[in-house]
Write a protein that binds this ligand. Structure first.
Ligand code: SAH
Length: 221
């Protein structure tokens, strides 16, 4: 289904309110708030969600997956401390909303999705293909990362990781940062791992969140 969606004054107004709510919840990075203001979230959702697309909530995107809550996207992105031209590996493309925020911040985004259906849908219908040429899409198992494209200055996992994926740590550049929701139960602790220039790992923990699980292997069709 190819559908043309419009970004009306109503959508823009709702987006400004959303940005204000996220600011009030404690996100202070102006570049991230600006990116959320720039990107029409309703383009990433089925038109049935048009009226509620700017509520600060996660929504289903099909295949049992979700688009993350905007606050969660902002929170993870703020912890990631992205610089322009950083190579960022994202695990869990999902709706491509998070990847678009990273692209708007000027990063080179490499995003992996394990579900073939979501990957195919994104290849066909991603609405900002022409605008964000700095996103590269991959179908595969995020646990393996993309060794031939690394090392990455930043790695962002957007599904609940039961443990820190060792192969991804190997693909993290010296001085690099990985952000992941760590844990396998019904809540995960947001974790930031910094690799020092000597290769040492520093771990910091933040608030609890709830993500869909990071699963092993890829899923066909
Ligand atoms: N970043 C997304 C949120 C997606 S939800 C967005 O902005 O919309 C998490 C996604 O991670 C789902 O699409 C799920 O299929 C995917 N996923 C889970 N395990 C994975 C793995 N091992 N490798 C790649 N993707 C994975």
């Amino acid at each position: 289904m190819i559908r043309k969606q419009e970004d009306t004054y109503r959508h823009k107004g709702l987006r400004k309110k959303l940005v204000q709510q996220i600011r009030e919840k404690g996100i202070s990075n102006e570049s991230i708030l600006h990116a959320i203001d720039q990107i029409p979230r309703h383009f990433f959702l089925d038109p049935a969600f048009d009226k509620i697309a700017y509520e600060d909530r996660a929504f289903p995107i099909g295949e049992g997956q979700t688009i993350s809550q905007p606050y969660t996207v902002a929170y993870q992105t703020q912890l990631l401390q992205v610089n322009k031209l950083d190579k960022v590996l994202e695990i869990g493309t999902g709706s491509v909303y998070q990847a678009s925020i990273l692209a708007e911040l000027g990063a080179w985004v490499y995003t992996i999705e394990r579900q073939k259906k979501l990957f195919d849908k994104n290849q066909l219908y991603y609405p900002f293909k022409a605008k964000y040429r700095n996103i590269k899409f991959f179908y595969g198992d995020g646990y393996k990362g993309l060794p031939t494209f690394g090392p990455f200055q930043r790695i962002l996992i957007t599904a609940a990781a039961p443990e820190i994926p060792e192969l991804l740590i190997q693909q993290l550049d010296a001085g690099g940062i990985m952000v992941l929701p760590l844990g396998s139960d019904d809540k995960q602790v947001m974790t930031r791992i910094t690799k020092t220039s000597s290769g040492e790992l520093l771990t910091e923990t933040f608030d609890d969140f709830q993500f869909v699980p990071m699963l092993k292997g890829k899923e066909e069709g």
